[in-house]
Design a protein around this ligand. Structure first.
Ligand SMILES: *[C@@H]1O[C@H](CO)[C@@H](O)[C@H](O)[C@H]1NC(C)=O
Ligand SMILES: *[C@@H]1O[C@H](CO)[C@@H](O)[C@H](O)[C@H]1NC(C)=O
Ligand SMILES: *[C@@H]1O[C@H](CO)[C@@H](O)[C@H](O)[C@H]1NC(C)=O
Ligand SMILES: *[C@@H]1O[C@H](CO)[C@@H](O)[C@H](O)[C@H]1NC(C)=O
Length: 411
Protein backbone atom coordinates (compact mmCIF):
# COMPACT_ATOMS: atom_id res chain seq x y z
CA UNK A 1 0.00 0.00 0.00
CA UNK A 2 2.58 2.45 1.10
CA UNK A 3 4.56 1.69 -1.97
CA UNK A 4 1.57 2.33 -4.32
CA UNK A 5 0.73 5.74 -2.81
CA UNK A 6 4.22 7.04 -3.14
CA UNK A 7 4.16 5.89 -6.72
CA UNK A 8 1.02 7.97 -7.38
CA UNK A 9 2.53 10.92 -5.61
CA UNK A 10 5.49 10.62 -7.87
CA UNK A 11 3.32 10.43 -10.99
CA UNK A 12 1.37 13.59 -10.26
CA UNK A 13 4.17 16.14 -10.69
CA UNK A 14 5.43 14.20 -13.68
CA UNK A 15 2.04 14.60 -15.35
CA UNK A 16 2.07 18.29 -14.58
CA UNK A 17 5.48 18.60 -16.12
CA UNK A 18 4.19 16.78 -19.18
CA UNK A 19 1.28 19.22 -19.61
CA UNK A 20 3.60 22.15 -19.03
CA UNK A 21 5.72 20.83 -21.84
CA UNK A 22 2.77 20.76 -24.25
CA UNK A 23 1.81 24.28 -23.19
CA UNK A 24 5.31 25.65 -23.72
CA UNK A 25 5.78 23.96 -27.07
CA UNK A 26 2.47 25.29 -28.36
CA UNK A 27 3.51 28.79 -27.28
CA UNK A 28 6.74 28.44 -29.21
CA UNK A 29 4.83 27.89 -32.45
CA UNK A 30 4.63 30.90 -34.79
CA UNK A 31 2.13 33.30 -33.35
CA UNK A 32 -0.93 34.15 -35.42
CA UNK A 33 -0.80 37.35 -37.40
CA UNK A 34 -3.56 39.71 -36.44
CA UNK A 35 -4.92 41.82 -39.21
CA UNK A 36 -7.06 44.86 -38.88
CA UNK A 37 -8.59 47.25 -41.35
CA UNK A 38 -8.58 51.02 -40.96
CA UNK A 39 -12.28 50.88 -41.93
CA UNK A 40 -13.00 49.25 -38.56
CA UNK A 41 -11.66 52.38 -36.88
CA UNK A 42 -13.80 54.77 -38.91
CA UNK A 43 -11.67 55.51 -41.99
CA UNK A 44 -13.71 56.29 -45.11
CA UNK A 45 -12.47 55.51 -48.64
CA UNK A 46 -14.37 58.45 -50.11
CA UNK A 47 -11.52 60.94 -50.42
CA UNK A 48 -13.31 63.54 -48.33
CA UNK A 49 -13.80 62.37 -44.75
CA UNK A 50 -10.74 63.01 -42.60
CA UNK A 51 -9.40 59.57 -41.69
CA UNK A 52 -6.40 60.72 -39.64
CA UNK A 53 -7.82 59.55 -36.30
CA UNK A 54 -8.80 56.16 -37.71
CA UNK A 55 -5.25 55.50 -38.96
CA UNK A 56 -3.86 56.46 -35.57
CA UNK A 57 -6.34 54.24 -33.74
CA UNK A 58 -5.35 51.25 -35.90
CA UNK A 59 -1.67 52.01 -35.24
CA UNK A 60 -2.24 52.11 -31.47
CA UNK A 61 -3.71 48.60 -31.54
CA UNK A 62 -0.88 47.24 -33.68
CA UNK A 63 1.72 49.01 -31.58
CA UNK A 64 0.49 47.43 -28.37
CA UNK A 65 0.17 43.94 -29.83
CA UNK A 66 2.73 41.31 -28.85
CA UNK A 67 1.96 39.53 -32.13
CA UNK A 68 2.78 40.57 -35.68
CA UNK A 69 0.01 42.80 -36.97
CA UNK A 70 -1.07 43.77 -40.47
CA UNK A 71 -2.89 47.05 -40.93
CA UNK A 72 -5.02 46.92 -44.05
CA UNK A 73 -5.80 50.00 -46.08
CA UNK A 74 -8.29 48.78 -48.69
CA UNK A 75 -9.03 50.26 -52.11
CA UNK A 76 -10.28 53.81 -52.23
CA UNK A 77 -8.99 57.26 -51.41
CA UNK A 78 -8.27 58.08 -47.79
CA UNK A 79 -7.88 61.70 -46.81
CA UNK A 80 -5.43 62.25 -43.97
CA UNK A 81 -3.75 65.27 -42.42
CA UNK A 82 -0.47 65.15 -40.49
CA UNK A 83 0.12 61.65 -39.20
CA UNK A 84 2.70 60.64 -36.62
CA UNK A 85 3.15 56.92 -36.00
CA UNK A 86 4.98 56.90 -32.70
CA UNK A 87 6.93 53.72 -32.05
CA UNK A 88 8.93 54.30 -28.89
CA UNK A 89 6.35 52.56 -26.69
CA UNK A 90 5.47 49.74 -29.10
CA UNK A 91 6.22 46.08 -28.44
CA UNK A 92 8.35 45.97 -31.65
CA UNK A 93 6.54 42.91 -32.95
CA UNK A 94 6.44 43.39 -36.73
CA UNK A 95 3.78 45.74 -38.10
CA UNK A 96 2.94 45.70 -41.82
CA UNK A 97 0.82 48.12 -43.74
CA UNK A 98 -0.87 46.53 -46.76
CA UNK A 99 -2.15 49.40 -48.83
CA UNK A 100 -4.39 48.80 -51.83
CA UNK A 101 -5.71 52.34 -52.11
CA UNK A 102 -4.41 55.89 -52.04
CA UNK A 103 -3.68 58.07 -49.07
CA UNK A 104 -4.18 61.70 -50.00
CA UNK A 105 -3.33 64.99 -48.33
CA UNK A 106 -5.81 67.87 -48.03
CA UNK A 107 -6.32 69.80 -51.26
CA UNK A 108 -5.38 73.08 -49.53
CA UNK A 109 -1.58 72.80 -49.27
CA UNK A 110 -1.51 75.04 -46.20
CA UNK A 111 -3.02 72.35 -43.98
CA UNK A 112 0.19 70.30 -43.91
CA UNK A 113 2.73 72.70 -45.43
CA UNK A 114 3.88 74.23 -42.17
CA UNK A 115 4.85 70.88 -40.68
CA UNK A 116 8.18 69.33 -41.53
CA UNK A 117 6.46 66.24 -42.83
CA UNK A 118 3.08 64.85 -43.73
CA UNK A 119 3.48 61.23 -42.55
CA UNK A 120 6.10 60.34 -39.97
CA UNK A 121 7.26 57.11 -38.37
CA UNK A 122 9.22 57.98 -35.26
CA UNK A 123 11.22 55.41 -33.28
CA UNK A 124 9.63 52.37 -34.89
CA UNK A 125 11.15 48.91 -35.33
CA UNK A 126 10.19 46.10 -37.72
CA UNK A 127 7.74 48.08 -39.82
CA UNK A 128 6.98 47.20 -43.45
CA UNK A 129 4.88 48.99 -46.02
CA UNK A 130 3.51 47.07 -49.03
CA UNK A 131 2.03 48.91 -51.97
CA UNK A 132 -0.19 51.95 -51.92
CA UNK A 133 -0.10 55.45 -53.29
CA UNK A 134 0.79 58.55 -51.28
CA UNK A 135 -0.46 61.68 -53.00
CA UNK A 136 0.56 64.84 -51.17
CA UNK A 137 -1.22 67.05 -53.75
CA UNK A 138 1.72 69.44 -53.84
CA UNK A 139 1.21 71.05 -57.23
CA UNK A 140 -0.46 74.22 -55.97
CA UNK A 141 2.45 74.79 -53.59
CA UNK A 142 4.94 74.36 -56.48
CA UNK A 143 2.97 76.95 -58.44
CA UNK A 144 3.12 79.33 -55.50
CA UNK A 145 6.90 78.83 -55.19
CA UNK A 146 7.57 79.00 -58.94
CA UNK A 147 5.65 82.25 -59.31
CA UNK A 148 8.12 83.79 -56.86
CA UNK A 149 5.58 83.99 -54.05
CA UNK A 150 7.47 85.06 -50.93
CA UNK A 151 4.70 83.93 -48.64
CA UNK A 152 4.69 80.31 -49.76
CA UNK A 153 5.43 77.88 -46.92
CA UNK A 154 8.45 75.53 -47.24
CA UNK A 155 6.21 72.51 -47.57
CA UNK A 156 6.14 69.12 -45.90
CA UNK A 157 8.15 66.03 -46.77
CA UNK A 158 5.79 63.23 -47.68
CA UNK A 159 7.11 60.26 -45.69
CA UNK A 160 9.75 60.41 -42.97
CA UNK A 161 11.29 57.59 -40.99
CA UNK A 162 13.35 58.81 -38.08
CA UNK A 163 15.10 56.95 -35.21
CA UNK A 164 13.84 53.71 -36.67
CA UNK A 165 15.25 50.25 -37.30
CA UNK A 166 14.51 47.35 -39.66
CA UNK A 167 12.22 49.13 -42.09
CA UNK A 168 10.98 47.83 -45.45
CA UNK A 169 9.13 49.74 -48.12
CA UNK A 170 7.94 47.61 -51.06
CA UNK A 171 6.05 48.77 -54.12
CA UNK A 172 4.97 52.11 -52.71
CA UNK A 173 4.15 54.99 -55.06
CA UNK A 174 4.67 58.57 -53.93
CA UNK A 175 3.45 61.39 -56.13
CA UNK A 176 3.22 65.17 -55.99
CA UNK A 177 5.16 65.68 -52.80
CA UNK A 178 5.31 69.24 -51.49
CA UNK A 179 9.01 68.75 -50.71
CA UNK A 180 11.20 65.60 -50.46
CA UNK A 181 9.16 62.44 -51.06
CA UNK A 182 10.78 59.79 -48.84
CA UNK A 183 13.29 60.63 -46.11
CA UNK A 184 15.32 58.15 -44.07
CA UNK A 185 16.90 59.91 -41.10
CA UNK A 186 18.81 58.34 -38.18
CA UNK A 187 17.52 54.94 -39.15
CA UNK A 188 19.30 51.64 -39.77
CA UNK A 189 18.62 48.51 -41.82
CA UNK A 190 16.30 49.95 -44.37
CA UNK A 191 15.10 48.22 -47.54
CA UNK A 192 13.33 50.13 -50.27
CA UNK A 193 12.30 48.04 -53.28
CA UNK A 194 10.11 48.60 -56.30
CA UNK A 195 8.98 52.09 -55.41
CA UNK A 196 7.80 54.72 -57.86
CA UNK A 197 8.29 58.38 -57.17
CA UNK A 198 7.09 61.15 -59.40
CA UNK A 199 6.65 64.89 -59.42
CA UNK A 200 6.83 67.48 -62.21
CA UNK A 201 10.27 68.34 -63.60
CA UNK A 202 9.83 71.95 -62.44
CA UNK A 203 8.65 71.13 -58.90
CA UNK A 204 11.12 72.70 -56.44
CA UNK A 205 12.95 70.56 -53.84
CA UNK A 206 11.03 67.39 -54.51
CA UNK A 207 13.94 64.92 -54.06
CA UNK A 208 12.80 61.33 -54.53
CA UNK A 209 14.61 59.63 -51.67
CA UNK A 210 16.84 61.42 -49.19
CA UNK A 211 19.07 59.58 -46.73
CA UNK A 212 20.98 61.07 -43.83
CA UNK A 213 22.62 59.86 -40.63
CA UNK A 214 21.58 56.32 -41.48
CA UNK A 215 23.37 53.00 -41.91
CA UNK A 216 22.65 50.03 -44.14
CA UNK A 217 20.10 51.44 -46.55
CA UNK A 218 19.35 49.46 -49.74
CA UNK A 219 17.31 50.90 -52.57
CA UNK A 220 16.53 48.57 -55.47
CA UNK A 221 14.40 48.35 -58.64
CA UNK A 222 12.78 51.75 -58.43
CA UNK A 223 11.67 54.45 -60.82
CA UNK A 224 12.16 58.04 -59.79
CA UNK A 225 11.45 61.25 -61.69
CA UNK A 226 11.13 64.59 -59.89
CA UNK A 227 12.14 68.25 -59.97
CA UNK A 228 15.22 67.63 -57.82
CA UNK A 229 17.61 64.76 -57.01
CA UNK A 230 16.27 61.26 -57.68
CA UNK A 231 18.26 60.12 -54.65
CA UNK A 232 20.35 62.32 -52.37
CA UNK A 233 22.72 61.09 -49.72
CA UNK A 234 23.32 63.51 -46.89
CA UNK A 235 25.79 63.71 -43.99
CA UNK A 236 26.38 60.66 -41.79
CA UNK A 237 25.21 58.04 -44.29
CA UNK A 238 27.15 54.77 -44.45
CA UNK A 239 26.65 51.45 -46.23
CA UNK A 240 24.19 52.69 -48.79
CA UNK A 241 23.48 50.47 -51.78
CA UNK A 242 21.50 51.72 -54.76
CA UNK A 243 20.78 49.26 -57.57
CA UNK A 244 18.46 49.05 -60.54
CA UNK A 245 17.14 52.60 -60.70
CA UNK A 246 15.59 54.57 -63.55
CA UNK A 247 16.18 58.24 -62.85
CA UNK A 248 14.69 61.17 -64.74
CA UNK A 249 13.63 63.84 -65.00
CA UNK A 250 15.51 65.43 -62.14
CA UNK A 251 18.97 66.28 -60.88
CA UNK A 252 20.41 62.76 -60.78
CA UNK A 253 21.90 60.82 -57.87
CA UNK A 254 23.85 63.00 -55.51
CA UNK A 255 26.15 62.56 -52.55
CA UNK A 256 25.67 65.87 -50.81
CA UNK A 257 25.40 68.65 -50.30
CA UNK A 258 28.03 68.05 -47.67
CA UNK A 259 30.31 70.24 -45.58
CA UNK A 260 27.86 72.98 -44.82
CA UNK A 261 28.93 72.96 -41.18
CA UNK A 262 32.37 72.30 -39.77
CA UNK A 263 31.74 69.19 -37.67
CA UNK A 264 29.37 67.43 -39.98
CA UNK A 265 29.53 63.62 -40.36
CA UNK A 266 31.02 62.10 -43.50
CA UNK A 267 29.66 59.64 -46.05
CA UNK A 268 31.30 56.29 -46.73
CA UNK A 269 30.71 52.92 -48.38
CA UNK A 270 28.18 53.84 -51.01
CA UNK A 271 27.54 51.73 -54.09
CA UNK A 272 25.47 52.95 -57.03
CA UNK A 273 24.98 50.29 -59.66
CA UNK A 274 22.79 49.61 -62.72
CA UNK A 275 21.21 53.00 -63.12
CA UNK A 276 19.66 54.58 -66.23
CA UNK A 277 19.69 58.36 -66.27
CA UNK A 278 17.32 59.98 -68.73
CA UNK A 279 17.44 63.74 -69.48
CA UNK A 280 18.67 64.62 -66.03
CA UNK A 281 20.77 67.64 -65.03
CA UNK A 282 23.41 65.41 -63.49
CA UNK A 283 24.24 61.75 -63.54
CA UNK A 284 26.41 60.77 -60.60
CA UNK A 285 27.37 63.76 -58.51
CA UNK A 286 29.34 64.58 -55.38
CA UNK A 287 28.62 68.05 -54.13
CA UNK A 288 30.17 69.95 -51.24
CA UNK A 289 29.91 73.52 -49.99
CA UNK A 290 32.89 75.79 -50.40
CA UNK A 291 33.23 76.01 -46.62
CA UNK A 292 35.51 74.94 -43.79
CA UNK A 293 34.63 71.39 -42.73
CA UNK A 294 36.13 68.22 -41.27
CA UNK A 295 33.79 66.01 -43.25
CA UNK A 296 34.70 63.40 -45.87
CA UNK A 297 33.41 61.23 -48.71
CA UNK A 298 35.18 57.90 -49.22
CA UNK A 299 34.83 54.39 -50.61
CA UNK A 300 32.29 55.14 -53.27
CA UNK A 301 31.53 53.03 -56.35
CA UNK A 302 29.52 54.19 -59.37
CA UNK A 303 29.18 51.33 -61.87
CA UNK A 304 27.16 49.95 -64.81
CA UNK A 305 25.49 53.22 -65.61
CA UNK A 306 23.73 54.47 -68.74
CA UNK A 307 23.40 58.17 -69.51
CA UNK A 308 20.94 59.51 -72.04
CA UNK A 309 21.12 63.24 -72.77
CA UNK A 310 22.49 64.09 -69.35
CA UNK A 311 23.87 67.59 -68.81
CA UNK A 312 26.67 66.65 -66.41
CA UNK A 313 27.07 62.87 -66.48
CA UNK A 314 30.00 62.66 -64.04
CA UNK A 315 30.52 65.57 -61.71
CA UNK A 316 32.33 66.45 -58.51
CA UNK A 317 31.53 69.99 -57.43
CA UNK A 318 33.39 71.14 -54.34
CA UNK A 319 32.59 74.80 -54.83
CA UNK A 320 28.86 74.71 -54.25
CA UNK A 321 27.22 77.86 -52.98
CA UNK A 322 23.97 79.74 -53.39
CA UNK A 323 25.36 83.25 -53.84
CA UNK A 324 25.59 84.65 -57.31
CA UNK A 325 28.31 85.14 -58.31
CA UNK A 326 29.77 82.38 -56.20
CA UNK A 327 32.88 83.44 -54.26
CA UNK A 328 35.45 80.71 -54.95
CA UNK A 329 35.95 79.41 -51.43
CA UNK A 330 37.52 76.00 -50.89
CA UNK A 331 35.73 73.06 -49.33
CA UNK A 332 37.20 71.18 -46.36
CA UNK A 333 35.48 67.93 -47.31
CA UNK A 334 38.05 65.27 -48.17
CA UNK A 335 37.05 63.08 -51.11
CA UNK A 336 38.92 59.81 -51.62
CA UNK A 337 38.60 56.40 -53.24
CA UNK A 338 35.82 57.04 -55.74
CA UNK A 339 35.49 54.48 -58.54
CA UNK A 340 33.70 55.05 -61.84
CA UNK A 341 33.33 51.77 -63.76
CA UNK A 342 31.42 51.01 -66.96
CA UNK A 343 29.66 54.31 -67.55
CA UNK A 344 28.24 54.75 -71.06
CA UNK A 345 26.02 57.12 -72.99
CA UNK A 346 25.51 60.67 -74.09
CA UNK A 347 26.26 64.05 -72.60
CA UNK A 348 24.23 67.16 -73.36
CA UNK A 349 27.12 69.50 -72.70
CA UNK A 350 30.72 69.43 -73.87
CA UNK A 351 32.19 68.74 -70.45
CA UNK A 352 30.97 65.23 -69.76
CA UNK A 353 33.39 64.63 -66.91
CA UNK A 354 33.89 67.48 -64.46
CA UNK A 355 36.01 66.87 -61.40
CA UNK A 356 36.20 70.20 -59.61
CA UNK A 357 37.89 69.32 -56.32
CA UNK A 358 39.02 71.49 -53.44
CA UNK A 359 42.42 73.16 -53.49
CA UNK A 360 42.66 72.70 -49.71
CA UNK A 361 41.71 69.01 -49.80
CA UNK A 362 42.38 67.66 -53.31
CA UNK A 363 40.50 64.53 -54.33
CA UNK A 364 42.64 61.38 -54.13
CA UNK A 365 42.34 57.87 -55.45
CA UNK A 366 39.77 58.62 -58.14
CA UNK A 367 39.69 55.61 -60.45
CA UNK A 368 38.03 55.52 -63.86
CA UNK A 369 37.64 52.48 -66.05
CA UNK A 370 35.56 51.76 -69.13
CA UNK A 371 33.96 55.17 -69.21
CA UNK A 372 32.60 56.11 -72.62
CA UNK A 373 30.59 59.30 -72.89
CA UNK A 374 29.93 61.06 -76.18
CA UNK A 375 28.42 64.39 -76.96
CA UNK A 376 24.77 64.28 -77.93
CA UNK A 377 25.42 66.61 -80.88
CA UNK A 378 27.27 64.61 -83.55
CA UNK A 379 29.68 67.39 -84.51
CA UNK A 380 31.22 67.87 -81.10
CA UNK A 381 33.35 65.70 -78.88
CA UNK A 382 32.97 65.42 -75.15
CA UNK A 383 35.64 66.71 -72.82
CA UNK A 384 36.88 66.21 -69.30
CA UNK A 385 37.83 68.95 -66.89
CA UNK A 386 39.79 68.48 -63.66
CA UNK A 387 40.79 70.66 -60.75
CA UNK A 388 42.86 69.18 -57.94
CA UNK A 389 41.78 65.68 -58.90
CA UNK A 390 44.26 62.83 -58.43
CA UNK A 391 43.87 59.26 -59.51
CA UNK A 392 44.08 56.88 -62.36
CA UNK A 393 42.24 56.08 -65.57
CA UNK A 394 42.24 52.48 -66.79
CA UNK A 395 40.96 50.85 -69.96
CA UNK A 396 38.80 52.90 -72.26
CA UNK A 397 38.12 56.34 -70.96
CA UNK A 398 36.40 58.77 -73.29
CA UNK A 399 36.55 61.77 -73.15
CA UNK A 400 40.21 61.34 -73.76
CA UNK A 401 42.58 62.52 -72.32
CA UNK A 402 41.36 62.11 -68.81
CA UNK A 403 42.74 65.01 -66.87
CA UNK A 404 43.40 63.16 -63.62
CA UNK A 405 46.77 63.76 -62.05
CA UNK A 406 48.50 60.51 -61.39
CA UNK A 407 47.99 59.64 -57.80
CA UNK A 408 51.21 58.63 -56.04
CA UNK A 409 49.23 56.31 -53.79
CA UNK A 410 48.26 54.23 -56.79
CA UNK A 411 51.63 53.76 -58.45
C1 LIG B 1 12.40 43.58 -34.01
O1 LIG B 1 13.61 44.20 -34.17
C2 LIG B 1 14.59 43.96 -33.20
C3 LIG B 1 15.84 44.75 -33.51
O2 LIG B 1 15.61 45.82 -34.33
C4 LIG B 1 14.89 42.49 -33.15
O3 LIG B 1 15.84 42.22 -32.14
C5 LIG B 1 13.63 41.73 -32.89
O4 LIG B 1 13.89 40.35 -32.97
C6 LIG B 1 12.53 42.08 -33.86
N1 LIG B 1 11.32 41.47 -33.45
C7 LIG B 1 10.65 40.59 -34.18
C8 LIG B 1 9.44 40.00 -33.56
O5 LIG B 1 10.99 40.32 -35.33
C1 LIG C 1 12.55 42.78 -39.58
O1 LIG C 1 11.18 43.01 -39.82
C2 LIG C 1 10.50 41.92 -40.37
C3 LIG C 1 9.09 42.33 -40.73
O2 LIG C 1 8.62 43.40 -40.03
C4 LIG C 1 10.56 40.77 -39.37
O3 LIG C 1 9.88 39.67 -39.90
C5 LIG C 1 12.01 40.42 -39.09
O4 LIG C 1 12.07 39.45 -38.08
C6 LIG C 1 12.77 41.63 -38.62
N1 LIG C 1 14.18 41.33 -38.53
C7 LIG C 1 14.94 41.73 -37.52
C8 LIG C 1 16.38 41.36 -37.59
O5 LIG C 1 14.50 42.36 -36.60
C1 LIG D 1 21.91 45.50 -48.32
O1 LIG D 1 22.63 44.83 -49.33
C2 LIG D 1 23.83 44.26 -48.85
C3 LIG D 1 24.59 43.73 -50.03
O2 LIG D 1 23.77 43.32 -51.07
C4 LIG D 1 23.49 43.20 -47.82
O3 LIG D 1 24.65 42.61 -47.32
C5 LIG D 1 22.71 43.84 -46.67
O4 LIG D 1 22.30 42.88 -45.75
C6 LIG D 1 21.50 44.56 -47.20
N1 LIG D 1 20.88 45.30 -46.11
C7 LIG D 1 19.57 45.44 -45.99
C8 LIG D 1 19.09 46.24 -44.85
O5 LIG D 1 18.81 44.93 -46.77
C1 LIG E 1 27.46 71.88 -84.41
O1 LIG E 1 26.81 72.27 -85.58
C2 LIG E 1 25.80 73.25 -85.41
C3 LIG E 1 25.09 73.46 -86.74
O2 LIG E 1 25.95 73.30 -87.82
C4 LIG E 1 26.42 74.53 -84.88
O3 LIG E 1 25.41 75.50 -84.67
C5 LIG E 1 27.11 74.22 -83.56
O4 LIG E 1 27.76 75.36 -83.08
C6 LIG E 1 28.10 73.10 -83.74
N1 LIG E 1 28.60 72.69 -82.40
C7 LIG E 1 29.89 72.46 -82.21
C8 LIG E 1 30.23 72.06 -80.80
O5 LIG E 1 30.74 72.54 -83.05
Amino acid sequence: MIHKTSCLLLLLPLTLIFFDFILISSLAKPTPITSLSVLTYGAKPDGSKDSTKAFLAAWQVACASPNPTTIIVPKGRFLVGNLVFQGTKCTNAPISFRIAGSIIAPKDFRVIANSLQWIMFDGVTNVSIYGGVLDAQGSSLWKCKNSGGKKCPTGAKTLLFTDSNNISIYGLTSINSQKFHIVIDQSNNVKIDGVKVSADADSPNTDGIHIKNSHSVNITNSRIGTGDDCISIGPGSTYVSIQGIQCGPGHGISIGSLGRSEDEQGVENVMVSNVDFMSTDNGVRIKTWGKVSKSFVRNIVFQHINMKMVKNPIIINQHYCLDKPCPKKESGVEISNVRYEDIQGTSNTEVAVMLDCSKDKPCTDIVMGNVNLVLQMVNGSAQASCNNANGLANDVVVPFTPCLKRDLLLT
